[in-house]
Every structure is written in C-alpha cells, then in structure tokens.
Design a protein around this ligand. Structure first.
Ligand code: APR
Length: 245
C-alpha cells in the first residue's frame, strides 16, 4: 500500500485538475450509516420511503422514517479526517472540486468550498407549492410532517428522492469538472446509482487517472480504477496527506 500511496501522491501533485467523487462510505466514520453493504440503511428501511411518487401520496408515513434516517442519525455527525484532508487539499490547490452523492453537508462543514451536491442537501426543506426554502434548524421536526408557514403544505427535504431529477446546476457542474479532470479520486461509493456514477466514468473517458479509496471492491474497481487504495477513508486519506503535504 505504501508504494501505491507514494505513486498516488506523485500523480496528484502533477495534476492540474483533480476532483474527488464521494459516496456514503466517506461519512461512515462520522457515524453516518451507508445505504448498502453489511450495515446498510436499505437492509433496515424500505427505499420506497424515498420514492418521490410514494412520498407524494404518503408524506406523513414517509416523514417518520425520513426523520429517523436523515435527521436523528445525521444530527451530530462531524467531518472525519477524510473530509478534512479533502478540505486541506483544496486549500493547497491540490483539489479543484468535490462531487458528492452525500446529503450530510460534511464537505462544507470540513471547509471545502467547491462542492457539487449531486443529490442535494438534507439541511434544507422546501415547499413544493410556493417553493419557500427553510433551514432544517428553523423547523420543529417533533411534530410531523413539517408544514410550510405560507400555505400549510407539507415540506419536503431538499435532497433528491428516487425518481426525482438531479439539480440542474449540480449535474452540469459535475460533468464539466469530470471532463476536465486529470485525476479523479473515488471515495466510498458502490457506484450502483446512476446518473451519479457516470461522473467518474466520464472522467476516465476524458483521460483521468482513477484512484479509488474503499475497503471493498465496487462496480468501478474492475472497470475504471487505476489505483485501488484498499482501506477505510479516514485511514487512507490521512496516509495520503502525509505523502502530499
Ligand atoms: N471508508 C471508505 N469506504 C467505505 C467505508 C469507509 N470507512 N465503509 C464503507 N465504505 C464503502 C462501501 O464498501 C461501499 O462501497 O462505501 C460504499 C457505500 O456504498 P453505498 O451505501 O451504496 O453508498 P453510495 O455509493 O454513496 O450510494 C449512492 O445511493 O441510496 C442512494 O442517494 C443514495 O447517494 C446514495 C446513492
């Protein structure tokens, strides 16, 4: 692994445009459960609660699970060393963009500024009728479902449900960054969800070197990964930082 770390650091230092594509795995060591795998949320909850069509007809029922999954768990999650290393890489000009599937806000909290949130962000709720946006801290989630102060409509978390379109700006910025990338780090993703998982694939097609950080193999590993740094995100990123800074 040490040789691979040294080689990865050399490649990153030479790169003029590096991006990081992150998934639920980067936040596991912050206490946020992944969706798939041994302790995956989808083993315990029915993903239907995040299906847009089902939600629109059963918002009351879905909100019970949404609060448990995304607000009880996330409430006190803090950035872990992997998030912090990405922030330091950006500060030092070694990382030009983070494209994240995560909605936990941890990249911003770690200090990254150039973050494209492909699936939105759980810290905002919005009214589908008048489009008012609320910070979740100003909404009382003890009484469900949360309602819009303007028109009484049920508020929806401002992250993407299954069957919902990707935010246009995040979508176009992510693929523009992927096309420019000379290096794409993939940290903690199964690569099972599209169109998000096309981002590293477009980077690869555009000539980027793919460096994957994951304790397991993913659907990227055998198809596009050039260097697989096998291990937990915070451990590997800490070792990579030692080679980079
Ligand atoms: N460090 C790095 N990677 C880890 C760690 C860790 N400590 N722990 C687990 N992983 C890896 C797992 O091996 C797996 O590959 O993180 C990945 C988690 O996979 P998923 O839960 O499928 O996460 P992700 O790929 O981000 O899911 C994509 O699916 O449900 C939707 O919208 C949701 O954004 C999510 C999307």
């Amino acid at each position: 692994m040490d040789l691979l770390l040294k080689e990865s650091a050399k490649i990153i230092k030479k790169s003029n445009y590096t991006i990081a594509f992150t998934g639920a795995g980067i936040s596991v060591e912050s206490g946020v459960p992944p969706f798939r795998g041994e302790h995956g949320l989808w083993n315990k909850y029915n993903p239907e609660v995040l299906d847009l069509g089902y939600y629109l007809d059963h918002a009351d029922e879905c909100w019970v699970y949404i609060r448990e999954i995304f607000y009880d768990f996330f409430a006190d999650a803090k950035p872990n060393p992997a998030h912090l290393v990405l922030a330091e890489m950006e500060q030092k000009g070694l990382l030009q963009a983070v494209i994240t599937q995560n909605i936990d806000n941890l990249h911003y909290e770690a200090g990254n500024k150039m973050v494209h949130e492909f699936h939105g962000n759980s810290k905002k709720l919005k009214c589908l009728k008048c489009e008012a946006v609320y910070d979740v801290s100003e909404v009382d989630l003890k009484s469900l479902p949360p309602k819009c102060k303007n028109d009484g409509e049920i508020l929806k978390p401002d992250f993407i449900f299954f069957g919902e379109g990707i935010p246009h700006e995040a979508y176009s910025n992510s693929f523009a960054a992927a096309e420019k990338a000379e290096v794409c780090l993939i940290i903690g993703s199964t690569g099972e969800v599209t169109p998000a998982s096309y981002v590293p694939r477009i980077a690869k097609q555009s000539g980027a070197t793919i460096i994957e950080i994951n304790p397991e193999e993913s659907s990227f590993t055998s198809q596009i990964t050039d260097i697989h740094l096998k291990g937990k995100a915070s451990e590997v990123m800490t070792k990579l930082a030692a080679e980079l800074f």
